[in-house]
Design a protein around this ligand. Structure first.
Ligand code: FPP
Length: 246
């Protein structure tokens, strides 16, 4: 029987990059606490790093990058902290994203954006419209995103198709469900990096990360550098991916 193992080094001996990389930006709060600053300052430093790491990923040829910015559970945080994050999102969607667009990045948003205020929703729409005219790295920004909610929404839309008679129940396949996700048409995640030392998935791309490699790093997100990313990419390249095979 054919082996499903995949050596992560190409035939030419070059390092193989993940086609789709996910980053859980964690540790902003602790970064601020260590410095006696309010948590919002940690998010501000995290946002500056968000921009830096995205530009770096684009420069090294990552095909698809997903950044986890705000989960469906993050609304439980104190009102001031959520408010400060919304201000940052607006600021970055106005400024930093213009730069990404200049660099040909296809900016997309994943998650339920209908709950954001009108100003933020307009910025999201504008960025997506502009992003559609680009053909470089796909950047998914996960905002008000939850992996379970995404799967429920996909199941619901397949159920509606069955109800309408346009799809048979036996035509509900893994591929069909994948095509109902926010990431339809994109490769599954190959690598997820979680800085801050926490060994948790936190509802991040549950479907798309089925066979992703995970790397947890003991460094807080605002301190995470391109060198740390390079380390993780080397580690990924040395892993032997078996996809459930031998
Ligand atoms: C988790 O750290 C981080 C967040 C919930 C927010 C992430 C958002 C940014 C980095 C802002 C950049 C995003 C955009 C779109 C501009 P935490 O607060 O849970 O840290 P802790 O675990 O140390 O408390």
């Amino acid at each position: 029987m054919k082996s499903t193992a995949q050596n992560n080094s190409s035939q030419e001996g070059q390092r193989v990059l993940p086609r789709h990389l996910g980053i859980i930006m964690d540790g902003n709060g602790r970064w601020a606490k260590k410095r006696g600053l309010p948590r919002s300052m940690g998010h501000r430093a995290g946002a500056a790093n968000f921009k830096k790491i995205i530009r770096y990923c684009n420069s090294i040829g990552i095909e698809c990058l997903t950044m986890y910015a705000f989960s469906t559970e993050n609304w439980k945080r104190p009102k001031e902290e959520v408010g400060a994050l919304m201000v940052l999102f607006k600021q970055y969607l106005k400024d930093a994203l213009k730069e990404f667009l200049k660099e040909n990045v296809q900016v997309r948003f994943i998650g339920d954006s209908s709950v954001f205020d009108e100003g933020l929703q307009t910025l999201i729409r504008k960025n997506e419209e502009l992003g559609r005219t680009k053909n470089g790295m796909i950047l998914n920004i996960a905002m008000n995103y939850g992996g379970r909610a995404e799967i429920v929404q996909a199941a619901r839309s397949l159920a509606k198709q069955v109800q309408a008679g346009t799809r048979k129940p036996e035509e509900i396949t893994e591929e069909a469900l994948s095509q109902q996700l926010y990431t339809a048409g994109q490769p599954d995640l190959d690598l997820v990096i979680r800085p801050s030392g926490e060994y948790r998935i936190s509802n991040f791309m549950l479907w798309q990360s089925a066979y992703a490699e995970y790397i947890v790093m003991d460094i807080l997100w605002p301190d995470f550098t391109p060198e740390n990313l390079e380390w993780a990419l080397d580690e990924y390249a040395n892993r032997n991916r078996r996809f459930g095979g031998v």
